[in-house]
Design a protein around this ligand. Sequence first.
Ligand code: NDP
Ligand code: 2IT
Length: 444
Amino acid sequence: MSYVDEVLERVIAKNPAEPEFHQAAKEVLNSLRPVIEANEELYRKEALLERLTEPDRQFKFRVPWVDDKGQVQVNTGYRVQFNNSIGPYKGGLRLHPSVNLGIIKFLGFEQIFKNSLTGLPIGGGKGGSDFDPKGKSDREVMAFCQSFMTELCKYIGADTDVPAGDIGTGAREIGYMFGQFKKIRGTYEGVLTGKGLSYGGSLARTEATGYGLLYLTEEMLKCNGHDLKGKTVCVSGSGNVAIYATQKAHQLGAKVVTVSDSTGWVYDPEGIDVALLKEVKEVKRARLTEYAAARPSAEYHEGRGVWTVKCDVALPCATQNELLLDDAKALVANGCIAVAEGANMPTTLEATEYLQQNKVLFAPGKAANAGGVATSALEMSQNSERLSWTFEEVDSKLQGIMVNIFHNLDDAAKRYGKEGDYVAGANIAGFEKVAEAMIAQGVC
Ligand code: NDP
Ligand code: 2IT
């Protein structure tokens, strides 16, 4: 049996009931086959893949808090510190009722390669909780965040592990968590990113994931003889990534005609009104029905359906496994030329394969959404030097990083005879640096 197959069997046997982690491990290891085969003897002796698929450590803890009725509630908190061979653990905190250990592990595993691709010194980690911020008062969210950080603060630090936002964790939650870290540990340090601008946050971090997604997509299109200008784009999700992806797509001359949330989706043939979307989602924290009610050109539909709309470019920006094989078939039938993942692993393995077989340009999340964590690393740099850069400085560094990521994965794919396979390219380019650092640092 090949080394990759042996390790995949081991991952499944050792981590039962973690299907998302199995999926991420399969995607990465299968596309690394040519690199593994070229170095099989060394990697086997080093047990490199066994070490890479086993987190350095993982924390699971009780998070008790009191709701507005005086009732004690109990959630589960997680932090998985996956790999710190190229820098301190770095990765977001997801607050969503679906969160479990397998989901945090898939996200932490992906983060290793994504962070390596940024070219910046950050390792891979992820955390979160099954707490649902939806419908909670600000006081309830604060009570949860304080309790969560009371335990998490034992394991993190500016040079150890630096969490940030993800689904359900935005500026409000990061603020409450930062306050509690400071109160307990008594140090003022860049222990979280995505902070508010008044206390150490970076300009352009809020926009970074969505903007970065468009910078990479534009470069991918350009290098394949297309232009983003004038293209029709379907976006899914309506959170942080979706909103700023839509804004940047419009700035670059494309038209976004859909957004979605967990209950329904909007088709707006005139183009999504970003100011209205921000008002509904960021200020009112309301459903998309309110967007549709305020916008005569918009149609609201219950359930799923974004990928049935005819588009040139599809940008899944909500959550994992939201673009399935049938969706991929609908996109291809409608003439879609490119899919770039704003979310983490939004496309299933079968859907990815179908898109690639049908010559749709496909940029995987670990490359396409790396602008968020890259800008988090820029926030860490600013905190270390106790300076703040201008929006233009951060945005221009972000653009440079995204263009560079695209060329690195394009080159890596070509080196292994897989031209145009950006999934393989991203995994190979991300893996090479981590593997070299792990081997150089000995058995640890
Ligand atoms: P937000 O919480 O701001 O928004 C999430 C959006 O996705 C919401 O519209 C939400 O709808 C929808 N969504 C979430 N879960 C589901 C679900 N199970 N089914 C259907 N829709 C769902 O999160 P972000 O925009 O920050 O994150 C979106 C994706 O991007 C995630 O995969 C995240 O890991 C990834 N990402 C985020 C980065 C960041 O910097 N924030 C960086 C890189 C990747 P509803 O409001 O109804 O729940
Ligand atoms: O998935 C991700 O890359 C994020 N949620 C951002 C992580 C970060 O540390 O900024």
